[in-house]
Design a protein around this ligand. Structure first.
Ligand code: AVJ
Length: 322
């Protein structure tokens, strides 16, 4: 049996400290914010999986359709022997690339990279079992801090799919792309998935679905804070809000206090008062225009080689050379 090797580069204690410091700052700021990383505990990850199957949540299906069109061309253009996938939860889309790259013939190694050791062990083992000739080398790390730990050698394709880059603020995004460029050698490749700007009604429906799954996903973050930070939020007293910021071109998920409430966050030594109607931002999800993706890649030192979308033009995958 083909076993997967897993390297752990994440110091969980240090990661926890920086996340808590950021939470203390964000919860006491004039406009309250929380890192979207808190959304993904086990229940949050399950709820996100349920979101990807909702009729209104088009990004997952649209990206799959774009990759379906693109995978064979990508494999022939890059001729890579290594596929590195950041945030490698989406095993189904990974397989589209692995299959095309396997047929092309150069592929030898798959490097899934994820913050969650549990998710990584599962997907690495599944891929290792289904692709017996592939060397699987998983890395547990934070893609905003540990890109320099990626194994070198050969000719690598670094894939960052799902539109997750949209969860970074513009300055964080620029820093991430610059680090990705540094981690690659000239002639190696980046494949980037980005959700595209579209009519507001489509976006709001995708982030505020009729069944309320996204609302539950958003409110679950308060349960995470209750458990991880010994807080006493009452999730039922907060309403899910999806807001389109037309200026910044991003969706914000927010939690709006239905009534005035005082929350104790014991592990941070904090008491936070919410006025009725006051909002806490829990996520930004930026939407892109094809030409801004090209420009941002260019600013980081990448050269766009080709861009694909799904047939409806909802989502783009961009292939760029380092
Ligand atoms: C997994 C981060 C790409 O931003 O669309 C889904 C998360 N948030 N519904 C996104 C999410 C609300 C999703 N990403």
């Amino acid at each position: 049996m083909n076993a997967a090797r897993i390297d752990v580069h994440l110091d969980e204690a240090a990661a926890g400290r920086s996340l808590r410091a950021e939470a203390a700052a964000g919860l006491t700021a004039a406009r309250r914010t929380l890192s979207s990383m808190w959304l993904y505990d086990a229940r949050g990850s399950e709820l996100f999986e349920a979101i990807t199957r909702l009729p209104e949540y088009y990004p997952t299906r649209a990206e799959r359709a774009a990759l379906n069109r693109a995978a064979v061309d990508i494999a022939e253009i890059v001729e890579a022997d290594t596929l590195i996938e950041l945030g490698s939860g989406a095993a189904e889309k990974t397989r589209l690339l692995l299959d095309a790259m396997g047929k092309q013939g150069a592929l030898r190694r798959f490097v899934p990279f994820d913050v969650s050791a549990a998710a990584l062990r599962g997907s690495a083992a599944d891929i290792a079992a289904d692709y017996p000739d592939l060397e699987v080398h998983g890395i547990v790390g934070d893609f905003t801090r540990h890109l320099h730990t990626l194994p070198g050698g050969g000719r690598r394709l670094l894939a960052f799919l799902g539109g997750t880059i949209g969860n970074l603020l513009p300055a964080e995004r620029a820093a991430f792309l610059a680090e990705a460029r540094q981690a690659l050698q000239p002639g190696e490749w980046l494949l980037l998935g980005t959700d595209l700007v579209k009519p507001e009604a489509t976006l709001i429906a995708a982030y505020d679905d009729a069944q309320g799954v996204t609302a539950e996903f958003n409110r679950n973050v308060l349960r995470v804070l209750n458990r991880e930070l010994a807080a006493d939020f009452d999730p039922e007293r907060f309403q899910h809000v999806a807001h389109w910021d037309a200026e910044a071109e991003w969706i914000e998920m927010r939690l709006r206090a239905k009534s005035a409430s005082r929350v104790r966050i014991a592990a941070l030594g904090l008491t936070v008062d919410f006025a009725e109607g006051e909002e806490l931002r829990t996520e930004v999800s930026a939407k892109f225009r094809p030409e801004t993706v090209t420009a941002e890649l260019g600013a980081a030192g990448f050269r766009l080689h080709r861009q694909w979308t799904d047939p409806d033009g909802l989502f783009a995958v961009s292939l760029a050379e380092a």
